[in-house]
Write a protein that binds this ligand. Structure first.
Ligand code: MN
Length: 330
């Protein structure tokens, strides 16, 4: 997935002033972002948020669908990334990933597509022609300065560890949770897990108390630590918790579904613009110039997605002001 906002801007505003080193509870509402085009797919974005820019190294959280069968098929043409990893995780549907390293991989519910952009990569993501209606999340993980120029890579993981407690079951997508370790490559202490609870039941997960955590409600009827979380919202929980409970409202009869995101608070400032996670304005200008050359057919660090039939996505215009890196809180 690409950040297709026509005028991507740095977020700013008041709110959480610092990383909370004690347990806290701040419910952040999503904002709806059209991904471009007259009949655009709309995603619900909770990171970056005007009150919160990162949770651990997680720096971008889009939740989308369920698409209706009448919606246009999701097609995100070739576009570049730097300085991050992309995580594609579906609840329903099928998405084909094609990249400039030559990978072509369909991802289905229960499997993880993880792309490490490092110094630079290009990919396209399209729903397959036979895909059921899409429901999923697209997440970005910021790479620390020491690793952000690493060589690009792509991984597909169909077998991921499961953690269970009572009526709760969690699939560990990235990092570690309650002693279970995902096989996916990571660069910072982190966790990302898909959490399901049965109707009217719940369970607990052991957390690393030195990490900060947040939970994205992927369904109605979710309660975290005893309090309901509205569907689509991200609840920021701070650091200092060694356990977290999840439960579902039995009256709905459907169970509940969530995404647990956490990690060591990310201590570096980031400059996020379009599909680049950088540190300086000049770095973004260089990446944008190279991408523009790549769209014109030039050989650059971004390569070409030769398997994709169609034009690449041009970069939007830069704003007239110099972009500035920001900390994890505004
Ligand atoms: Mn992308």
């Amino acid at each position: 997935m690409s950040n297709l906002e026509r005028r991507p801007e740095e977020t700013s505003g008041g709110g959480l002033a610092t990383v909370s080193h004690r347990p806290t509870r701040t419910v952040l509402a999503p904002r709806e972002v059209p991904l471009g085009g007259p009949r655009a797919m709309v995603v619900r974005r909770t990171l970056p948020h005007r009150e919160l820019r990162t949770v651990g190294a997680w720096c971008f959280v889009d939740d989308y669908g369920p698409a209706s069968p009448a919606d246009p098929r999701m097609v995100v043409p070739p576009h570049p990334h730097t300085g991050l990893q992309t995580v594609t995780w579906l609840q329903s549907g099928e998405v084909l990933h094609q990249d400039s390293l030559g990978h072509e991989q369909v991802v289905e519910p229960g499997a993880l597509n993880l792309m490490t952009a490092g110094h630079g990569i290009t990919h396209a993501e399209t729903a397959t022609p036979t895909s059921p209606p899409l429901r999923g999340v697209q997440l970005w993980v910021a790479l620390p300065d020491a690793d952000r120029a690493t060589a690009p890579d792509f991984e597909h993981h169909a077998a991921l560890p499961l953690v269970s407690d009572g009526g709760l079951s969690a699939t560990v997508l990235l990092g570690s949770l309650a002693g279970a370790q995902s096989p996916a490559t990571t660069f910072t202490p982190i966790v990302g897990a898909d959490v399901s609870v049965g109707a009217g039941v719940g369970g607990e997960l052991a957390l690393n108390p030195s990490w900060e955590h947040a939970v994205l409600a992927l369904s109605a009827g979710l309660a975290v630590d005893g309090d309901p979380v509205p569907e689509g919202a991200l609840v920021y929980l701070g650091c200092g918790r060694d356990r977290l409970s999840f439960a579902s409202d039995g009256a709905l009869g459907t169970g509940a579904h969530a995404l647990l995101l956490g990690g060591e608070p990310f201590g570096e400032e980031l400059l996020m613009w379009w599909n680049f996670v950088a540190r300086t304005h000049d770095e973004v200008v260089t990446a944008r110039d190279e991408w523009t050359a790549a769209v014109g057919g030039a050989a650059t660090r971004f390569g070409q997605v030769t398997a994709y039939d169609g034009p690449a996505l041009p970069a939007p215009a830069l704003p007239g002001t110099r972009l500035r890196p920001r900390g994890s809180r505004p």
